[in-house]
Design a protein around this ligand. Structure first.
Ligand code: ATP
Ligand code: MG
Length: 310
């Protein structure tokens, strides 16, 4: 799919397939085209070429309200003249949900986003983070097939942010919603996603699971962007006193460019495989991915240097 603005900025020839119930994150620096993709999926922008298929149906001709999508915008877009309750009820009314049912769902949702009792407030009477939570709640109430979230947690403090991530994950799994999530925060992407798309100036640099991207970055750009890494130029290896051929590359194997990349890493997947690794000691492990331990502090004896071939 290609969607370019008149200025020539936008996204070009991108291709992404998202499974039902999957949470895929578009990750990249400011201006790389994340919002452009979400708006094109949601129907707020129209692609010049390619297709946007939802459940196999090309939604190109459909306006946003006719698409099975809901979007939380970067600037949360609550209607300023409506109370929280009216904002949340708006979409339900359009879908002709009975009033009592609307009330029940909205009360439940306000509790879920940790804002019970805010139903009579107007957006201007709330902080940015509170408005953001209401906007997320409003989109979830619609139970869309595809939920498009554009940096939805950017205005929240660290604690609520991580709570909201967990809530989002829970709701998304319970309702089996497909989510395309946008962030420029690597840690958030690692912690939340089934797969991550690392973007660079309107194109996809790498698509993969958090582990893939972290352990096997395809380029220096990805390695640099995804986390704190040290890059160490590799010295040409000398085979002093070793029998000739002992260190020769097996036939057919590509020579890897000479750079090592040091990661903060749980030694688990690396242990037992000393090919390409150097011994060192681990100062700290920072990794927020699901199901993975987050360790901090000094520990000795683990492999630190890992040949990444980048
Ligand atoms: N309406 C527009 N008209 C022209 N150019 C635009 C328009 N909206 C965005 N752009 C440009 O397109 C590029 C991609 O913008 P986009 O909003 O998709 O970036 P983003 O990855 O969401 O960035 P951020 O993290 O800052 O939100 C940028 O270079 C931006 O300047
Ligand atoms: Mg954006």
């Amino acid at each position: 799919m290609t969607m370019l603005y008149k200025s020539g900025d936008g996204v070009k020839n991108i291709n992404l397939s998202v499974e039902k119930g999957e949470l895929v994150t578009l990750l990249g620096p400011s201006g790389c085209g994340k919002t452009t993709i979400l708006r094109t999926i949601g129907g707020f922008l129209h692609n010049q070429s390619g297709q946007v298929l939802i459940d196999g149906v090309d939604v190109a001709g459909l306006p946003p309200e006719k698409r099975p999508t809901a979007m939380v915008f970067q600037s949360y877009n609550l209607w300023p003249h409506m109370t929280v309750y009216e904002n949340m009820a708006f979409g339900l009314k359009l879908r002709k949900v009975p009033k009592a049912e609307q009330k029940r769902r909205i009360t439940e949702m306000l509790a879920l986003v940790k804002m019970p009792g805010y139903d009579k407030k107007y957006p201007t009477q709330m902080s940015g983070g509170q408005q953001q939570r209401i906007a997320i709640g409003r989109s979830l109430l619609l139970q869309p097939d595809v939920l498009l979230l554009d940096e939805p947690f950017s205005a929240l403090d660290a604690k609520i942010r991580s709570q909201m991530r967990e809530e989002l994950r829970k709701i998304q799994t319970d309702l089996n919603i497909t989510v395309v999530f946008v962030t420029h925060d690597q840690e958030e992407a690692m912690a939340l996603s089934d797969r991550i798309v690392v973007m660079n100036k309107g194109v996809f640099e790498q698509i993969g699971s958090p582990q893939d991207i972290y352990n096997r970055p395809v380029s220096r750009y990805v390695a640099d962007f995804i986390g704190e890494m040290n890059f160490i130029e590799k010295k040409r290896r000398r085979h002093h006193g070793r029998p000739p051929g002992e260190h020769r590359r097996p036939k057919g194997r590509r020579r890897r460019p000479g750079r090592l990349c040091a990661q903060h890493h749980d030694a688990g997947p690396l242990s037992g495989d000393d090919g390409g690794h150097r011994r060192g000691h681990r100062e700290a492990v920072h990794f927020g991915g699901r199901g993975r331990p987050v360790q901090k502090g000094r520990r000795r004896g683990a492999c630190l240097w890992r040949k990444a071939g980048i």
